[in-house]
Design a protein around this ligand. Sequence first.
Ligand SMILES: C[S@@+](CC[C@H](N)C(=O)[O-])C[C@H]1O[C@@H](n2cnc3c(N)ncnc32)[C@H](O)[C@@H]1O
Length: 251
Amino acid sequence: MPDAWDDIAPAYDRATRASRAHRAKYARLSALVREARVERLLDLGCGTGLLEEHLFDDGYAGSVTGVDSSAGMLVLARAANLGHDARFERVDLARTLPFEAAAFDGAVVVNVLFLLDDPLAALREVHRVLTPGATLLVVAARPQAREQGASGARRGDGAPAAGWRRFWREHFAGATALEAAREAARVAAALPALRATARFRARTDAALAASGRALPGPAEVVGLLDNAGFTLASAEDLPGGESRLYRCERR
Ligand SMILES: C[S@@+](CC[C@H](N)C(=O)[O-])C[C@H]1O[C@@H](n2cnc3c(N)ncnc32)[C@H](O)[C@@H]1O
């Protein structure tokens, strides 16, 4: 079945490549994967394979399996021809992962968790397919001040996260998003990629502000990780200040 991400894939890829903050994010992730001496990496919600490109450019010598539910995102990931150490598979993270227990010794989940209806169940699946002691790196957007204000009263009952997922479906994966993506694609055809990024982001930020929805905060993310069997080793804000990177060990 086609996915909203299929339509947005080219614009997403272009906008993300043009963003200095995103490039810095992949560089940091790549450094941490190599530092942890990961040999069999699983990238959950790999999108267009941008992390994979950075990893191999940086001399990563292991293998990586990128999984994503969007065929359109995967077409672009495969088009990079990263060699036989990079495999891309269509997998829905809402289901049981099609891998054996302990099949991987590292995993990354980059800007994906908040899209899932049941992130805890997905993280428990990640736990199952990792070896004990494996490294898990999670990147999650940090709630902006305005959203924290809008959602503060509802924290604790799960509403902010559910609200954010609804927002994402309605505004990013829905009509507004497709319109924004098409506009970004048109702009990008005529103007430098950087301009496309700015327009793309301005539209999605405006939709977010209008919704008054909230992203899951750091406490919620850390709670999920702990419940799924991961011990937090460190957390850091990424360049640009919009995302936080959580480095964990599988218990
Ligand atoms: C914001 S993008 C991040 C992509 C990539 N991790 C990156 O850093 O560029 C979110 C990705 O999650 C994928 N996704 C959303 N829901 C999913 C699900 N249920 N199962 C698998 N992938 C999913 C989308 O197709 C999209 O590629």
